[in-house]
Ligand binder design. Structure first.
Ligand code: 5GP
Length: 128
């Protein structure tokens, strides 16, 4: 079930619950701006989700509303985590779904970090 990617933010979403420690995650890294953890259903040898600590529904909401320091801190964390996972040598992909057409499922902004193999086409083509 997709979400719209637009506010209001639902504090009951699954990533908000992970941030509050109410449900567990396989943590990769945490600092003041970002939490990174392994996706529960990985689609590549490395599939990590990176989320900001603030209550933003999507990429649209985060980039419009977050303070500049939070945005800079978040993206620096994404780069650092990719580097620490050893993904820079062969490369990696960042992806963020916003809203229905992208199939966003969780209403807390997140970036998928994929790596560990050749990742194929950027956007799968619809079947004829
Ligand atoms: P979206 O479609 O919103 O961009 O991606 C949501 C991602 O969250 C999916 O890749 C899904 O596998 C992952 N996910 C959903 N629930 C959980 C959970 O409880 N724990 C973890 N680690 N990942 C989750």
């Amino acid at each position: 079930m997709s979400v719209s990617g637009k506010p209001p933010y639902d504090p009951g979403n699954i990533f908000a619950r992970i941030l509050r420690g109410e449900i567990p995650c396989k943590k990769v890294s945490e600092d003041e701006h970002a939490l990174a953890f392994h996706d529960i259903a990985p689609q590549a040898p490395v599939h990590v989700l990176v989320i900001p600590k603030g209550p933003y529904v999507s990429a649209a909401d985060f980039h419009a509303e977050a303070p500049a320091e939070a945005i800079t801190g978040f993206w620096r964390a994404v780069g650092r985590i990719a580097r620490e996972l050893g993904l820079e040598e062969h490369g990696y992909r960042l992806l963020s779904n916003m809203g229905e057409y992208a199939g966003q499922e969780v209403g807390h902004f997140h970036v998928h970090l994929f790596g560990g193999r050749r990742l194929g086409r950027m956007v799968p083509q619809p079947r004829e």
